[in-house]
Structure formats: structure tokens, C-alpha cells
Ligand binder design. Structure first.
Ligand SMILES: NC(=O)c1ccc[n+]([C@@H]2O[C@H](COP(=O)([O-])OP(=O)(O)OC[C@H]3O[C@@H](n4cnc5c(N)ncnc54)[C@H](OP(=O)(O)O)[C@@H]3O)[C@@H](O)[C@H]2O)c1
Length: 290
């Protein structure tokens, strides 16, 4: 049975890819809530069989228009508390008013629910929004795929491919789950339409490797040696967070949980869709540099 999916965030990096997969899936009728229907970021989506609703998470009327007749909502928005907390809760409330069955909020990270309150603003906001959405009684599915592999590819702030330096906090031995943006989008589109997926966390990853192992892979793919450079241990990182400005503190919080493993993924469902083969870091890097 075809399901009507409302996606918010189609002009974004991840949302655009989720939209492309759903636009080409016979099981979905796709509706997009966008702030600007003429945005060039919509690319080919404007020529596909996709319905557009112009609106904003802060505009309740547009949320009612967008959620009427919808089975599943996917949110791939990014922003501060006005968007991630208040905006997404308003979206879910509209969904509830209009009979939506399921929502996939914009989680898309390591396990945001394991973050210590007050320590990781981005994860804490998502957990707060998700708690309020769950209280509405909608079926919520939390897509948790770890870090984006793309952050470790060419142009990465952590792996300098020109200079041959991998930079990290800690001893470089903590494994981190990571998935490419493209694979995250493919799995998200599949899960959204799969009625047999129960409410709760849906965790998966394309690869699970430490910074040392990532440097090994970079050496193999690039064909030169990479220096491993630690910026300090956890106490040094926490000391840096204590004096950092707001934006830097958020970035350091990601490093904290990548280096101590606090938000690593459990109950991983990598085998659920055997036809969706997820890229390893080596395969991803080979494609990027090839
Ligand atoms: N795990 C990782 O390593 C990782 C890395 C990056 C991102 N992520 C996560 O992936 C998700 C998507 O991130 P992204 O980088 O793809 O985001 P992005 O490229 O910044 O796109 C954000 C989207 O949200 C839309 N949006 C923002 N405020 C809105 C509002 N008030 N009403 C309607 N739409 C609004 C934007 O629309 P406009 O075009 O109109 O602004 C845009 O389509 C986020 O949850 C983010 O945290 C995870």
C-alpha cells in the first residue's frame, strides 16, 4: 500500500538525499514542507512527482496543511532549539492532530539518548524533543547511524589528506560507528516505509573503527603514511570545553563522546535489509579519491 510521507528539510544535505530515494520509491507519495519552493537546492525534485507545501516549522497553519493526509513524517532539519525542539514538537503536534501514524525526528547521530544532560547541546536538544514527541503518542523511530563517514573523507578537519595527519582526542583506540550520508538516506527512506519496524531506536552503521584504524585505511587508500596526533586525553578535552565558546563547545562535545564511547550504538540492525549494503570507510574513501 502506498504511504504518504511528509519530509521536512529537503533543501538540506541529508534531507535532499532522503527525498530523492522516496521520490523514486513506488511505495511512497512524497510531500515536502519547504520554506522556499523556488530554492535551487531542491534540484531535480522540482521536476519529479512530488507535492510541495510552502511553510515553516514556526508556522502552525503550514504544519496543519502539510500533515493532513500523511502517514509518516520524516524530519531532517537542523538548527537551534527553536527548530530542533519547539519546531519539531510543533510538527509532531500537527501530525497528532491530523492522524499521522509515525514520525522519524531529526536525530541522525550517535545515541543522543545516552548523552549526559547539559554536556552535549546538540544531543540534549534532540533527546528533549524526542521525549516531548513520544509523550504525544505518535510512533517515533530514532535513526541512529553514528557519525557521517563523509566527515572523515577529503576536506575532513580530523584527517588531513595532503599533510598526512590524523588528529583526534584520546588515544585513538576508541571505535566509532559511522555511515555515509548516502547510506543514511537510503536506510532512512526504507525504515520510514517499513511498517514492521517497531517504535524506538533504529541503529545501524556502515563501519565501526577507531581513529588509528581510520588512519590505517587512509594509508592504504592514499598510499602514504599518516601521522597519528592526539590533542590530549579526556581531562584535557573537558578542560578545553570548560573555557570554550558556545559553538566550539558543541564541536568538542562530539569529540568527547567519540573518544570515550559514551554514546556508542547498541542493538545494531545492520542485517535487517540485506539488499542495502552499507559502505565501509575503505570503500567510501576509495570512491571519494578514486
Ligand atoms: N552524525 C553526523 O555526523 C551528522 C553530521 C551532520 C548532520 N547530522 C544531522 O543530520 C540532520 C540534517 O542535517 P543537515 O546537515 O542535512 O542539515 P542542513 O543541510 O543544514 O539542512 C537543514 C534543513 O532544515 C531546514 N530547516 C531549518 N529550519 C527550518 C524551519 N524553521 N522550517 C522548515 N525547515 C527548516 C532547512 O531549510 P532551508 O533550506 O530553508 O534553510 C534545510 O532544509 C541533523 O539532525 C544533523 O544534526 C549528523
Amino acid at each position: 500500500m502506498t504511504q504518504t510521507v511528509l519530509l521536512v528539510g529537503a533543501t538540506g544535505m541529508l534531507g535532499g538525499r532522503i527525498a530523492s530515494h522516496l521520490a523514486n520509491d513506488d511505495g511512497a507519495r512524497l510531500r515536502l514542507l519547504v520554506r522556499d519552493t523556488t530554492s535551487k537546492k531542491l534540484g531535480k525534485l522540482r521536476d519529479q512527482n512530488v507535492e510541495f507545501v510552502e511553510g515553516d516549522l514556526s508556522d502552525r497553519g503550514s504544519l496543519d496543511r502539510a500533515t493532513t493526509g500523511v502517514d509518516v513524517i520524516i524530519s531532517a532539519v537542523q538548527g537551534g532549539p527553536d527548530v530542533i525542539v519547539e519546531g519539531q514538537v510543533a510538527l509532531a503536534e500537527a501530525g497528532k492532530r491530523n492522524g499521522v501514524r509515525r514520525i522519524l525526528p531529526s536525530d541522525f547521530g550517535l545515541d543522543v539518548f545516552k548523552a549526559t544532560p547539559g554536556e552535549h547541546t546538540a544531543f540534549n536538544m534532540r533527546a528533549q524533543a524526542d521525549g516531548r514527541i513520544a509523550a504525544l503518542g505518535l510512533e517515533s523511530i530514532h535513526i541512529l547511524q553514528g557519525a557521517f563517514l563523509d566527515l572523515f573523507g577529503p576536506g575532513s578537519p580530523m584527517i588531513d589528506y595532503d599533510k598526512g595527519i590524523a588528529t583526534f582526542w584520546g588515544d585513538g583506540k576508541m571505535p566509532i560507528e559511522a555511515t555515509s550520508v548516502e547510506d543514511t538516506a537510503r536506510v532512512t527512506a526504507r525504515v520510514a516505509l517499513d511498517r514492521t519496524v517497531p517504535a524506538g531506536k533504529f541503529a545501524f552503521y556502515g563501519d565501526r573503527l577507531s581513529f588509528n584504524e581510520a588512519a590505517d585505511v587512509a594509508e592504504k587508500v592514499v598510499g602514504k603514511s599518516f601521522e597519528r596526533r592526539s590533542l590530549g586525553m579526556e581531562t584535557d578535552l573537558r578542560a578545553a570545553m570548560a573555557v570554550a565558546d558556545f559553538g566550539t563547545r558543541i564541536m568538542l562535545a562530539y569529540s568527547l563522546y567519540m573518544s570515550n564511547g559514551q554514546t556508542s550504538l547498541d542493538d545494531v540492525q545492520n542485517d535487517r535489509y540485506p539488499d542495502l549494503r552499507l559502505q565501509s570507510f575503505e570503500a567510501f574513501l576509495t570512491t571519494q579519491l578514486g
